[in-house]
Design a protein around this ligand. Structure first.
Ligand code: MCA
Ligand code: AMP
Length: 519
């Protein structure tokens, strides 16, 4: 048997491959612009896979990709898997120092960028030993760029590369509480088993139509959404960018939607979101960040639909989900439901012993969904697994007597803003490097749109005159825009406890109402 994830995808193709697989919508209006059939998925991924094969890359070679969201970029992902190489997606917001790190650390053989970024990313790639640099344009200028030009010279039939369960399929970088990002190594089995579980647990069929409005450089949009549609041979309505008006305009034709909580907050702000608009829908899925109970309740009141909240991580794919079928239980707001079939989830105390019902502890997971380790970081990998093989998520939670899991916090110092992770230590390291800065503390505070927003508190060196606006502008040129603090305060000193540790809880409390009227 070929354990290549693409073999499972190809086996699920519909008998009639002339059927439309993807309809591409104009993000703002929702009007459909063009479509892609299953046979085009087959031929386009084959051509790109043949191009990659012609480059004579070593086994396990990484293909790093930083392009705008487009169906062509999805084809590239599938082609990399198909050809048996390792896909490395990069957030489109990353700046040069971030790209430099990822390329330097992962040592990809191929780098694919947006043409508009070629001038600055190509030198970084070449300096880090990348042999092949291609461009791939976005949705607005589809089918352009050197990647597709080169691929068009190749055959549109391709034999799927033979891969074993544990062979690497993707590396997803996830930041560390201290130090730099770590590459989570995901195998064909990790991705395939999780996708098959979700297709069955969430009741997918070939009649489903999924609105895809998430970015495709993270687990949620790249794996959960895309794999479910592919393995169910369903249909996608493709948005290159989320826009609430455009999405609501297409809801009537769709059956499934997936979003981070910010997308639900924005949908609720749209008056055209009504029961009627959702009358064809069967499932709304939320995850990647906590869904506020207010959002959960407001959505149910407005649409009659109960959002299914689930819980995942780059290292583990999806681990918990509220039930889909009423016979399995109700969907409970504020919880992430039950461990998925075949996935083990437990709560442990500081001594590593299982907690009693309702007791709070660390969330640990094991199963076919769990990654094998961090790329070239064996020590870090060892630290994150227990002696008996469970992965320590860094999330803190509890399990009630009916088996529902609730995430109550995080032991990792992490901010999740609009579904993107921001590690305070990383932002602090940039701030601390700036002229005149003695020290800094970065915290997340409630934000009505993004859930949490990044705020920085700075202490200047004596005599230094700090300009918070200039510091924010400087950060914007260095790091991805979603990581840049929305506000920056200059203070005389940071609050510290008796041990000298900065009391971030006091800073969070002090700035709690910065973006909300709630005091
Ligand atoms: C954009 N901005 C943000 C964010 N996004 N600020 C904070 N947090 C954000 N998430 C800022 C930009 O910096 C910019 O600021 C301004 O908003 C406009 O940028 P733009 O890109 O136009 O914003 P947008 O299109 O409105 O994007 C908001 C968004 C997007 C649609 C909510 O952030 C998004 O798609 N989030 C989803 C992320 C996701 O897929 N996460 C899944 C991770 P300025 O103008 O000052 O420059 S997977 C995961 O977590 C696990 C495994 C799981 O369980 O799924
Ligand atoms: P990432 O590093 O992007 O994979 O983010 C994974 C983290 O997102 C998890 O460790 C959780 O802290 C958080 N997360 C994912 N889903 C949920 C959820 N439904 N509720 C709360 N937090 C979540």
């Amino acid at each position: 048997m070929n354990a290549n994830l693409f073999a499972a995808i190809a086996a699920a193709f519909p008998a009639d491959v002339s059927r439309v697989a993807i309809e591409i919508a104009d993000p703002a209006t929702g009007m459909l612009e063009r479509s892609v059939t299953w046979s085009e998925i087959e031929s386009r991924t084959a051509q790109i896979a043949n191009l990659l094969a012609s480059l004579n890359l070593e086994t396990g070679a990484r293909v790093a990709v930083q392009t705008e969201k487009s169906v062509e970029a999805l084809m590239l992902y599938l082609a990399v898997i198909r050809a048996g190489y390792v896909y490395l997606p990069l957030n489109t917001a990353y700046q040069s120092s971030e790209i430099e790190y990822f390329v330097g650390n992962a040592e990809p053989s191929v780098f694919v960028c947006a043409p508009k970024n070629f001038a600055w990313t190509e030198p970084i790639a070449r300096a880090n030993g990348v042999s092949h640099v291609f461009t791939l344009d976005d949705h607005s200028v589809a089918n352009t760029g050197t990647l597709l030009t080169a691929a068009s010279a190749h055959s549109s039939t391709h034999e799927i590369a033979q891969r074993a369960d544990d062979d690497l399929a993707a590396i997803l970088y996830t930041s560390g509480t201290t130090g730099r990002s770590k590459g989570a190594m995901l195998s064909h089995k990790n991705l395939r088993s999780n996708a098959q579980t979700l297709v069955s647990y969430w009741g997918w069929t070939a009649d489903d139509v999924l609105i895809h409005a998430l970015p495709i450089f993270h687990v949620h949009g790249l794996f959960v959404a895309s794999h479910c549609f592919l393995l169910a041979s369903a249909k996608l309505i493709w948005f290159s960018k989320f826009d609430q008006k455009g999405v609501v305009a297409q809801l009537k034709r769709a059956t499934v939607f997936m979003g981070v909580p910010t997308l639900y907050v924005r949908l609720l702000a749209e008056s055209s979101l009504t029961r009627e608009a959702c009358s064809n829908m069967r499932l709304f899925v939320a995850g990647s960040a906590p869904l506020l109970i207010e959002t959960f309740n407001a959505f149910r009141a407005r649409t009659g639909h109960t959002i299914l909240e689930r819980y995942g991580m780059s290292e583990t794919n999806m681990l918990c989900s509220n039930p889909y079928l009423a016979s399995d239980g109700e969907r409970r707001g504020g919880t992430v439901g039950f461990p998925l079939p075949e996935v083990g989830v437990r709560i442990t105390n500081d001594e590593g012993k299982r907690c009693a019902v309702d007791d709070i502890g660390g969330i640990e997971v094991r199963g076919p969904n769990v990654f094998s380790g961090y790329w070239r970081m064996p020590e870090k990998t060892k630290e994150e697994f227990t002696a008996d093989g469970w992965f320590k998520t860094g999330d803190v939670g509890k399990c009630d007597s009916r088996g529902y899991f609730t995430i109550v916090g995080r032991s990792k110092d992490l901010i999740i803003s609009g579904g993107y992770n921001v590690y305070p230590a990383e932002i602090e390291s940039y701030l601390n490097e700036m002229a005149g800065v003695a020290e800094s503390a970065v915290v997340g505070v409630p934000h009505p749109d993004f859930g949490e927003a990044v705020v920085a508190v700075i202490v200047g060196k004596s005599e230094a005159v700090l300009d918070s606006g200039a510091m924010i502008s400087a950060l914007k040129s260095q790091i991805a825009n979603f990581k840049v603090p929305k506000q920056l305060f200059v203070v005389n000193e940071l609050p510290r406890n008796a041990m000298g540790k900065v009391q971030k809880n006091l800073l969070r409390e002090q700035h709690r109402a910065l973006f909300t009227r709630d005091t």
